[in-house]
Ligand binder design. Sequence first.
Ligand SMILES: CC(C)(COP(=O)(O)OP(=O)(O)OC[C@H]1O[C@@H](n2cnc3c(N)ncnc32)[C@H](O)[C@@H]1OP(=O)(O)O)[C@@H](O)C(=O)NCCC(=O)NCCS
Length: 148
Amino acid sequence: MIMKKATLENIDNLTQIAVESRYRWNDNEKDLKKHIISSLKRKGAETYYLLKNNIAVGYIVITIKNKIADIDFMGIKKKYQGKGYGKEIMFAIISQIKKSYNQARLAVWARNFTAISLYNKFGFYVYKIQRNNYPNGDAKLFMKKELK
Ligand SMILES: CC(C)(COP(=O)(O)OP(=O)(O)OC[C@H]1O[C@@H](n2cnc3c(N)ncnc32)[C@H](O)[C@@H]1OP(=O)(O)O)[C@@H](O)C(=O)NCCC(=O)NCCS
């Protein structure tokens, strides 16, 4: 298992992961690609992808600002979910960012129980709830973890 830093050259692999992880499920492939290109170009943003037997199985995007690392999103291809790759990616990214940054943060749909359970496992806790964040009235949870 290797985690690599992504560049624009990896756009097709990253788009494939986004499509197959069903993240932002209402977006089409073209919009997902545009979204990923803009995060690859964004100042402070870093994207990493996880390779297993040379197949890109998942990716994570973080943005660094004021010593805080925001996890913007992560996704594992559907057929590889539930096999520990989410934990691997999270372990690798936390080990890396804790060397230089004080805090990690993220936001998650309050019904994404798999993701919330993963984040809890790594010590993230809810510090803010934004009610009625989604058109159907669902809330968004803001979670953080001290790294020092
Ligand atoms: C959320 C996601 C990244 C987790 O990655 P994963 O590889 O499936 O998760 P793992 O196999 O590493 O499991 C991590 C933990 O999640 C929880 N989990 C995994 N599958 C689960 C399931 N089907 N139901 C409930 N919890 C589950 C467990 O707590 C698990 O830890 P455990 O194995 O020690 O019990 C992945 O499922 C995914 O890409 N989902 C779609 C995109 C998404 O929701 N991204 C996050 C929001 S930005």
